[in-house]
Ligand binder design. Structure first.
Ligand SMILES: *[C@@H]1O[C@H](CO)[C@@H](O)[C@H](O)[C@H]1NC(C)=O
Ligand SMILES: *[C@@H]1O[C@H](CO)[C@@H](O)[C@H](O)[C@H]1NC(C)=O
Ligand SMILES: *[C@@H]1O[C@H](CO)[C@@H](O)[C@H](O)[C@H]1NC(C)=O
Ligand SMILES: *[C@@H]1O[C@H](CO)[C@@H](O)[C@H](O)[C@H]1NC(C)=O
Length: 383
Protein backbone atom coordinates (compact mmCIF):
# COMPACT_ATOMS: atom_id res chain seq x y z
CA UNK A 1 0.00 0.00 0.00
CA UNK A 2 2.82 2.27 0.97
CA UNK A 3 4.66 1.39 -2.28
CA UNK A 4 2.64 3.28 -4.90
CA UNK A 5 2.08 6.23 -2.56
CA UNK A 6 5.83 6.51 -1.88
CA UNK A 7 6.58 6.34 -5.56
CA UNK A 8 4.03 9.07 -6.31
CA UNK A 9 5.55 11.09 -3.51
CA UNK A 10 9.03 10.45 -4.88
CA UNK A 11 7.92 11.31 -8.37
CA UNK A 12 6.43 14.58 -7.07
CA UNK A 13 9.64 15.35 -5.28
CA UNK A 14 11.67 14.60 -8.39
CA UNK A 15 9.36 16.83 -10.39
CA UNK A 16 9.75 19.63 -7.87
CA UNK A 17 13.51 19.26 -8.02
CA UNK A 18 13.50 19.41 -11.82
CA UNK A 19 11.21 22.45 -11.68
CA UNK A 20 13.43 24.29 -9.20
CA UNK A 21 16.55 23.43 -11.24
CA UNK A 22 14.85 24.68 -14.40
CA UNK A 23 13.92 27.96 -12.71
CA UNK A 24 17.48 28.43 -11.44
CA UNK A 25 18.96 27.78 -14.90
CA UNK A 26 16.38 30.13 -16.40
CA UNK A 27 17.30 32.90 -13.92
CA UNK A 28 21.01 32.48 -14.55
CA UNK A 29 20.44 32.69 -18.31
CA UNK A 30 18.20 35.76 -17.95
CA UNK A 31 20.26 37.60 -15.35
CA UNK A 32 23.89 36.50 -15.63
CA UNK A 33 24.92 39.29 -13.22
CA UNK A 34 22.71 37.79 -10.50
CA UNK A 35 24.88 34.72 -10.55
CA UNK A 36 28.21 36.47 -10.03
CA UNK A 37 26.79 39.35 -8.00
CA UNK A 38 28.94 38.46 -5.01
CA UNK A 39 31.93 39.68 -7.04
CA UNK A 40 30.52 43.16 -6.65
CA UNK A 41 30.25 42.82 -2.90
CA UNK A 42 33.84 41.81 -2.36
CA UNK A 43 36.13 44.41 -0.99
CA UNK A 44 39.05 44.99 -3.24
CA UNK A 45 42.39 46.14 -1.92
CA UNK A 46 43.94 49.01 -3.82
CA UNK A 47 46.22 46.65 -5.68
CA UNK A 48 44.67 43.46 -6.98
CA UNK A 49 46.94 40.49 -7.38
CA UNK A 50 48.39 40.68 -10.90
CA UNK A 51 47.45 44.37 -11.05
CA UNK A 52 50.53 46.46 -11.67
CA UNK A 53 51.46 50.02 -12.29
CA UNK A 54 52.73 50.36 -15.86
CA UNK A 55 54.09 53.82 -16.53
CA UNK A 56 54.41 54.20 -20.28
CA UNK A 57 55.67 57.74 -20.71
CA UNK A 58 56.15 60.63 -18.34
CA UNK A 59 57.20 64.26 -18.43
CA UNK A 60 57.48 66.81 -15.64
CA UNK A 61 58.44 69.62 -17.94
CA UNK A 62 55.92 72.30 -18.70
CA UNK A 63 56.72 73.52 -22.20
CA UNK A 64 53.63 75.68 -22.58
CA UNK A 65 55.51 78.86 -21.64
CA UNK A 66 54.54 80.64 -24.82
CA UNK A 67 50.95 80.73 -23.64
CA UNK A 68 51.99 82.49 -20.43
CA UNK A 69 54.68 84.79 -21.70
CA UNK A 70 54.04 87.29 -18.91
CA UNK A 71 54.48 84.80 -16.07
CA UNK A 72 57.01 82.20 -15.06
CA UNK A 73 55.89 78.62 -14.85
CA UNK A 74 58.17 76.46 -12.81
CA UNK A 75 58.47 72.71 -12.76
CA UNK A 76 55.25 71.28 -11.31
CA UNK A 77 57.18 69.06 -8.95
CA UNK A 78 58.00 72.12 -6.81
CA UNK A 79 55.44 71.43 -4.15
CA UNK A 80 54.20 74.34 -2.06
CA UNK A 81 54.62 74.11 1.68
CA UNK A 82 51.53 73.83 3.85
CA UNK A 83 51.94 77.34 5.20
CA UNK A 84 52.18 78.78 1.72
CA UNK A 85 49.00 76.94 0.77
CA UNK A 86 47.06 78.24 3.73
CA UNK A 87 48.27 81.70 2.97
CA UNK A 88 47.04 81.44 -0.59
CA UNK A 89 43.57 80.30 0.44
CA UNK A 90 42.46 83.93 0.29
CA UNK A 91 43.96 84.48 -3.17
CA UNK A 92 41.57 86.36 -5.44
CA UNK A 93 39.89 84.08 -8.00
CA UNK A 94 39.62 86.87 -10.57
CA UNK A 95 42.71 86.06 -12.61
CA UNK A 96 43.14 82.30 -12.54
CA UNK A 97 45.93 82.32 -15.12
CA UNK A 98 48.28 84.50 -13.03
CA UNK A 99 50.55 81.92 -11.45
CA UNK A 100 53.94 82.09 -9.83
CA UNK A 101 54.64 78.40 -9.40
CA UNK A 102 53.64 77.94 -5.77
CA UNK A 103 49.95 77.14 -6.30
CA UNK A 104 48.70 73.58 -5.61
CA UNK A 105 49.04 71.27 -8.62
CA UNK A 106 45.85 69.78 -10.04
CA UNK A 107 46.30 66.05 -10.77
CA UNK A 108 43.80 65.61 -13.57
CA UNK A 109 43.03 61.90 -14.07
CA UNK A 110 41.61 60.85 -17.43
CA UNK A 111 40.66 57.23 -18.00
CA UNK A 112 40.56 56.43 -21.69
CA UNK A 113 40.20 53.36 -23.90
CA UNK A 114 40.96 52.56 -27.53
CA UNK A 115 37.96 53.31 -29.73
CA UNK A 116 37.06 55.28 -32.83
CA UNK A 117 36.81 58.64 -31.03
CA UNK A 118 39.75 58.24 -28.62
CA UNK A 119 42.29 60.52 -30.31
CA UNK A 120 39.67 63.15 -31.20
CA UNK A 121 38.58 63.32 -27.56
CA UNK A 122 42.17 63.50 -26.31
CA UNK A 123 42.96 66.39 -28.67
CA UNK A 124 39.89 68.33 -27.54
CA UNK A 125 40.63 67.74 -23.87
CA UNK A 126 44.38 68.38 -24.23
CA UNK A 127 43.70 71.75 -25.82
CA UNK A 128 41.48 72.67 -22.89
CA UNK A 129 44.14 71.61 -20.41
CA UNK A 130 46.79 73.65 -22.26
CA UNK A 131 45.18 76.69 -20.68
CA UNK A 132 45.46 75.40 -17.14
CA UNK A 133 48.67 76.18 -15.28
CA UNK A 134 50.05 73.97 -12.51
CA UNK A 135 48.37 70.83 -13.82
CA UNK A 136 49.69 67.28 -14.15
CA UNK A 137 47.67 65.15 -16.56
CA UNK A 138 47.45 61.45 -15.75
CA UNK A 139 46.11 59.62 -18.81
CA UNK A 140 45.34 56.00 -17.97
CA UNK A 141 44.62 53.86 -21.02
CA UNK A 142 42.59 50.65 -20.83
CA UNK A 143 45.16 48.58 -22.72
CA UNK A 144 47.75 45.92 -22.00
CA UNK A 145 50.45 47.72 -23.93
CA UNK A 146 51.54 51.33 -24.12
CA UNK A 147 50.01 53.17 -27.05
CA UNK A 148 52.63 55.09 -29.00
CA UNK A 149 49.90 56.73 -31.09
CA UNK A 150 48.17 58.05 -27.97
CA UNK A 151 51.51 59.29 -26.64
CA UNK A 152 52.38 61.13 -29.84
CA UNK A 153 49.24 63.21 -29.30
CA UNK A 154 49.57 63.72 -25.55
CA UNK A 155 53.18 64.89 -25.57
CA UNK A 156 52.68 67.57 -28.19
CA UNK A 157 50.52 69.63 -25.79
CA UNK A 158 53.57 70.33 -23.61
CA UNK A 159 51.56 69.60 -20.49
CA UNK A 160 53.35 67.72 -17.68
CA UNK A 161 51.82 64.25 -17.90
CA UNK A 162 52.00 60.58 -17.09
CA UNK A 163 50.62 57.95 -19.46
CA UNK A 164 49.67 54.67 -17.83
CA UNK A 165 48.59 51.32 -19.27
CA UNK A 166 45.84 50.07 -16.96
CA UNK A 167 43.72 47.29 -18.48
CA UNK A 168 40.42 46.23 -16.95
CA UNK A 169 40.93 42.85 -15.21
CA UNK A 170 39.85 40.06 -17.59
CA UNK A 171 37.19 38.82 -15.14
CA UNK A 172 35.14 41.98 -15.84
CA UNK A 173 35.65 42.17 -19.58
CA UNK A 174 32.67 41.38 -21.76
CA UNK A 175 30.22 41.88 -18.92
CA UNK A 176 27.08 43.76 -19.79
CA UNK A 177 27.65 46.25 -16.99
CA UNK A 178 31.45 46.20 -17.01
CA UNK A 179 33.00 48.73 -14.58
CA UNK A 180 34.78 50.86 -17.17
CA UNK A 181 37.50 53.28 -16.12
CA UNK A 182 37.97 51.72 -12.67
CA UNK A 183 41.31 49.98 -13.30
CA UNK A 184 42.46 53.28 -14.85
CA UNK A 185 41.53 55.43 -11.86
CA UNK A 186 42.96 52.89 -9.43
CA UNK A 187 46.23 52.96 -11.35
CA UNK A 188 46.25 56.76 -11.07
CA UNK A 189 45.64 56.51 -7.30
CA UNK A 190 48.57 54.09 -7.10
CA UNK A 191 50.78 56.49 -9.03
CA UNK A 192 49.85 59.32 -6.65
CA UNK A 193 50.69 57.15 -3.64
CA UNK A 194 53.88 55.66 -5.04
CA UNK A 195 55.14 59.12 -5.96
CA UNK A 196 54.29 60.46 -2.50
CA UNK A 197 52.12 63.25 -3.86
CA UNK A 198 50.67 64.74 -0.69
CA UNK A 199 49.87 68.26 -1.73
CA UNK A 200 47.66 69.33 -4.57
CA UNK A 201 44.22 68.32 -5.78
CA UNK A 202 42.87 65.15 -7.38
CA UNK A 203 40.19 65.44 -10.05
CA UNK A 204 38.70 62.71 -12.24
CA UNK A 205 38.03 64.26 -15.67
CA UNK A 206 36.81 61.92 -18.40
CA UNK A 207 37.78 62.44 -22.03
CA UNK A 208 34.16 62.93 -23.14
CA UNK A 209 33.46 65.86 -20.81
CA UNK A 210 33.55 69.61 -21.44
CA UNK A 211 35.37 71.74 -18.86
CA UNK A 212 34.91 75.46 -18.30
CA UNK A 213 38.35 76.90 -17.49
CA UNK A 214 36.83 78.50 -14.41
CA UNK A 215 36.47 75.02 -12.91
CA UNK A 216 40.21 74.77 -12.36
CA UNK A 217 40.55 77.94 -10.32
CA UNK A 218 37.51 76.83 -8.30
CA UNK A 219 38.90 73.41 -7.36
CA UNK A 220 42.58 74.33 -6.96
CA UNK A 221 42.20 75.42 -3.32
CA UNK A 222 39.98 72.51 -2.24
CA UNK A 223 40.55 71.93 1.50
CA UNK A 224 38.98 68.47 1.75
CA UNK A 225 36.36 67.72 -0.91
CA UNK A 226 34.70 70.27 -3.19
CA UNK A 227 31.53 69.58 -5.16
CA UNK A 228 29.69 71.30 -8.03
CA UNK A 229 26.98 70.58 -10.64
CA UNK A 230 27.65 68.41 -13.72
CA UNK A 231 25.46 69.16 -16.75
CA UNK A 232 23.88 66.64 -19.14
CA UNK A 233 23.56 63.88 -16.54
CA UNK A 234 20.58 61.51 -16.43
CA UNK A 235 16.86 62.30 -16.57
CA UNK A 236 17.23 65.73 -14.93
CA UNK A 237 19.93 66.87 -17.34
CA UNK A 238 22.04 67.66 -14.24
CA UNK A 239 23.55 66.09 -11.15
CA UNK A 240 24.17 68.60 -8.37
CA UNK A 241 24.49 69.02 -4.66
CA UNK A 242 21.55 70.85 -3.06
CA UNK A 243 22.91 73.91 -1.28
CA UNK A 244 21.25 76.12 1.29
CA UNK A 245 22.95 79.07 3.00
CA UNK A 246 26.29 78.05 1.54
CA UNK A 247 26.15 74.44 2.84
CA UNK A 248 25.53 71.17 1.00
CA UNK A 249 22.39 69.57 2.47
CA UNK A 250 21.45 66.95 -0.11
CA UNK A 251 21.72 65.91 -3.75
CA UNK A 252 19.74 66.32 -6.94
CA UNK A 253 20.37 63.33 -9.20
CA UNK A 254 17.82 61.24 -11.11
CA UNK A 255 19.47 57.94 -10.16
CA UNK A 256 19.43 57.71 -6.34
CA UNK A 257 20.11 53.92 -6.30
CA UNK A 258 20.50 54.02 -2.49
CA UNK A 259 23.78 55.89 -2.92
CA UNK A 260 24.91 57.97 0.02
CA UNK A 261 26.91 60.22 -2.33
CA UNK A 262 24.83 60.35 -5.54
CA UNK A 263 27.30 62.41 -7.56
CA UNK A 264 29.01 62.13 -10.92
CA UNK A 265 32.70 61.33 -11.22
CA UNK A 266 33.32 64.82 -12.62
CA UNK A 267 31.35 66.50 -9.82
CA UNK A 268 33.98 66.54 -7.07
CA UNK A 269 37.65 67.21 -6.34
CA UNK A 270 39.68 65.92 -3.39
CA UNK A 271 42.74 67.52 -1.82
CA UNK A 272 45.70 65.16 -1.62
CA UNK A 273 46.28 66.10 2.04
CA UNK A 274 42.80 64.81 2.78
CA UNK A 275 43.22 61.74 0.57
CA UNK A 276 46.47 60.87 2.34
CA UNK A 277 44.50 60.49 5.60
CA UNK A 278 42.84 57.39 4.06
CA UNK A 279 45.68 55.15 2.89
CA UNK A 280 43.20 52.41 2.02
CA UNK A 281 40.92 54.59 -0.08
CA UNK A 282 40.01 52.91 -3.35
CA UNK A 283 37.42 52.56 -6.04
CA UNK A 284 35.50 49.28 -6.37
CA UNK A 285 34.85 47.41 -9.60
CA UNK A 286 31.14 48.07 -9.18
CA UNK A 287 29.50 49.83 -12.12
CA UNK A 288 27.44 52.84 -11.04
CA UNK A 289 28.78 52.90 -7.49
CA UNK A 290 32.37 54.01 -8.13
CA UNK A 291 31.88 57.59 -6.88
CA UNK A 292 29.77 56.57 -3.89
CA UNK A 293 32.17 53.88 -2.71
CA UNK A 294 35.25 56.01 -3.34
CA UNK A 295 33.82 58.89 -1.30
CA UNK A 296 32.82 56.44 1.45
CA UNK A 297 36.35 55.03 1.43
CA UNK A 298 37.80 58.48 2.19
CA UNK A 299 35.41 58.86 5.12
CA UNK A 300 33.62 61.90 3.68
CA UNK A 301 31.17 63.78 5.90
CA UNK A 302 28.46 66.10 4.61
CA UNK A 303 29.85 69.06 6.55
CA UNK A 304 33.27 68.62 4.91
CA UNK A 305 31.93 69.36 1.43
CA UNK A 306 32.80 72.75 -0.04
CA UNK A 307 30.20 73.82 -2.63
CA UNK A 308 31.84 75.48 -5.65
CA UNK A 309 30.50 77.13 -8.84
CA UNK A 310 28.76 79.96 -6.95
CA UNK A 311 27.09 77.74 -4.40
CA UNK A 312 26.27 75.20 -7.16
CA UNK A 313 24.26 77.57 -9.36
CA UNK A 314 26.70 77.43 -12.32
CA UNK A 315 27.63 74.53 -14.57
CA UNK A 316 31.39 74.37 -15.11
CA UNK A 317 31.57 70.76 -16.31
CA UNK A 318 29.40 68.83 -18.72
CA UNK A 319 29.10 65.13 -19.48
CA UNK A 320 29.00 65.92 -23.19
CA UNK A 321 29.55 62.41 -24.62
CA UNK A 322 30.01 61.96 -28.33
CA UNK A 323 26.36 61.31 -29.02
CA UNK A 324 23.23 63.42 -28.83
CA UNK A 325 20.16 62.76 -26.70
CA UNK A 326 16.78 64.47 -26.39
CA UNK A 327 16.45 67.03 -23.59
CA UNK A 328 14.54 65.53 -20.69
CA UNK A 329 11.43 66.97 -19.05
CA UNK A 330 11.62 67.26 -15.28
CA UNK A 331 8.38 67.43 -13.33
CA UNK A 332 8.29 69.92 -10.46
CA UNK A 333 4.73 70.49 -9.25
CA UNK A 334 5.50 72.86 -6.38
CA UNK A 335 5.86 76.65 -6.55
CA UNK A 336 9.21 77.04 -8.27
CA UNK A 337 9.94 80.36 -6.55
CA UNK A 338 10.45 78.40 -3.36
CA UNK A 339 13.43 76.74 -5.00
CA UNK A 340 15.19 80.11 -4.87
CA UNK A 341 15.83 79.39 -1.20
CA UNK A 342 18.15 76.66 -2.50
CA UNK A 343 20.67 76.71 -5.34
CA UNK A 344 18.14 74.79 -7.45
CA UNK A 345 16.11 77.89 -8.44
CA UNK A 346 19.00 79.59 -10.24
CA UNK A 347 20.54 76.32 -11.46
CA UNK A 348 17.36 75.05 -13.12
CA UNK A 349 16.59 78.44 -14.72
CA UNK A 350 20.05 78.43 -16.23
CA UNK A 351 19.71 74.90 -17.61
CA UNK A 352 16.30 75.64 -19.09
CA UNK A 353 17.60 78.81 -20.77
CA UNK A 354 20.25 76.65 -22.42
CA UNK A 355 17.72 74.05 -23.57
CA UNK A 356 19.42 71.32 -21.55
CA UNK A 357 16.16 70.31 -19.86
CA UNK A 358 12.56 71.48 -19.53
CA UNK A 359 10.59 71.90 -16.34
CA UNK A 360 6.92 70.95 -16.34
CA UNK A 361 4.28 70.96 -13.61
CA UNK A 362 2.47 67.91 -14.94
CA UNK A 363 4.79 65.65 -16.89
CA UNK A 364 8.27 64.24 -17.05
CA UNK A 365 10.51 62.62 -14.48
CA UNK A 366 9.44 63.68 -11.00
CA UNK A 367 12.16 65.74 -9.35
CA UNK A 368 13.22 64.45 -5.96
CA UNK A 369 16.05 65.17 -3.57
CA UNK A 370 18.41 62.74 -1.92
CA UNK A 371 19.22 63.40 1.71
CA UNK A 372 21.55 61.07 3.55
CA UNK A 373 20.90 58.24 1.11
CA UNK A 374 17.11 58.45 1.06
CA UNK A 375 14.78 60.03 -1.44
CA UNK A 376 12.75 63.04 -0.22
CA UNK A 377 10.26 65.39 -1.89
CA UNK A 378 11.43 68.99 -2.18
CA UNK A 379 8.87 69.90 0.49
CA UNK A 380 11.50 68.46 2.89
CA UNK A 381 13.10 71.92 2.95
CA UNK A 382 9.89 73.92 3.20
CA UNK A 383 7.78 72.22 5.83
C1 LIG B 1 52.50 84.05 -5.68
O1 LIG B 1 51.25 84.65 -5.98
C2 LIG B 1 50.43 84.84 -4.86
C3 LIG B 1 49.12 85.44 -5.35
O2 LIG B 1 48.54 84.60 -6.27
C4 LIG B 1 51.13 85.75 -3.85
O3 LIG B 1 50.31 85.90 -2.71
C5 LIG B 1 52.45 85.14 -3.46
O4 LIG B 1 53.15 86.04 -2.59
C6 LIG B 1 53.30 84.87 -4.69
N1 LIG B 1 54.50 84.17 -4.29
C7 LIG B 1 55.69 84.45 -4.80
C8 LIG B 1 56.83 83.61 -4.31
O5 LIG B 1 55.85 85.33 -5.63
C1 LIG C 1 27.30 81.11 -0.95
O1 LIG C 1 26.28 81.31 0.00
C2 LIG C 1 26.74 81.88 1.24
C3 LIG C 1 25.57 81.90 2.20
O2 LIG C 1 24.42 82.41 1.57
C4 LIG C 1 27.32 83.26 0.96
O3 LIG C 1 27.79 83.82 2.16
C5 LIG C 1 28.44 83.14 -0.04
O4 LIG C 1 28.93 84.42 -0.37
C6 LIG C 1 27.96 82.43 -1.30
N1 LIG C 1 29.11 82.20 -2.16
C7 LIG C 1 29.17 82.64 -3.41
C8 LIG C 1 30.44 82.36 -4.14
O5 LIG C 1 28.24 83.22 -3.96
C1 LIG D 1 44.44 49.59 5.75
O1 LIG D 1 44.42 48.23 5.46
C2 LIG D 1 45.37 47.47 6.20
C3 LIG D 1 45.36 46.05 5.66
O2 LIG D 1 44.06 45.61 5.42
C4 LIG D 1 45.00 47.54 7.68
O3 LIG D 1 45.94 46.81 8.44
C5 LIG D 1 45.01 48.99 8.12
O4 LIG D 1 44.57 49.10 9.46
C6 LIG D 1 44.11 49.85 7.23
N1 LIG D 1 44.30 51.23 7.57
C7 LIG D 1 43.28 52.08 7.76
C8 LIG D 1 43.65 53.49 8.09
O5 LIG D 1 42.11 51.75 7.67
C1 LIG E 1 22.37 59.72 8.21
O1 LIG E 1 22.17 58.33 8.36
C2 LIG E 1 22.95 57.71 9.38
C3 LIG E 1 22.67 56.23 9.37
O2 LIG E 1 22.46 55.78 8.09
C4 LIG E 1 22.60 58.35 10.74
O3 LIG E 1 23.44 57.81 11.71
C5 LIG E 1 22.77 59.84 10.65
O4 LIG E 1 22.37 60.44 11.86
C6 LIG E 1 22.00 60.44 9.51
N1 LIG E 1 22.28 61.85 9.40
C7 LIG E 1 21.33 62.78 9.18
C8 LIG E 1 21.82 64.18 9.05
O5 LIG E 1 20.16 62.50 9.03
Amino acid sequence: MGGPRTSIFLRQKKFQFVLVAAVVVFLIVLFPNLYDSEDYEKEYPLLLENEQLVICYESNVDSRKALYAATTLSDVTDEPSTTQRNHRQQAPQQQPQQVNGTEPVIYFVTPTYPRREQIAEIIRLGQTLMHVPRLHWIVADDTNSCSEVLNSHIRKFGIPYTQLASPMPTMYRGRKNAPRGVANRRAALNWIRQNQKKTGVLYFGDDDNTFDLKLFSEIRYTKKVSMFPVGLIGDYGISSPIVRNGRVEGFFDSWPAKRKWPVDMAGFAVSLEYLALSPNATMPFKAGYEEDEFLKSIGLKLEDIEPKARNCTEILVWHTQTKSSKSPTVRISMDRQKLDKLNLGALLRRLESMGVNHISESEGTTAQAIVNGSVKPFSFWFS
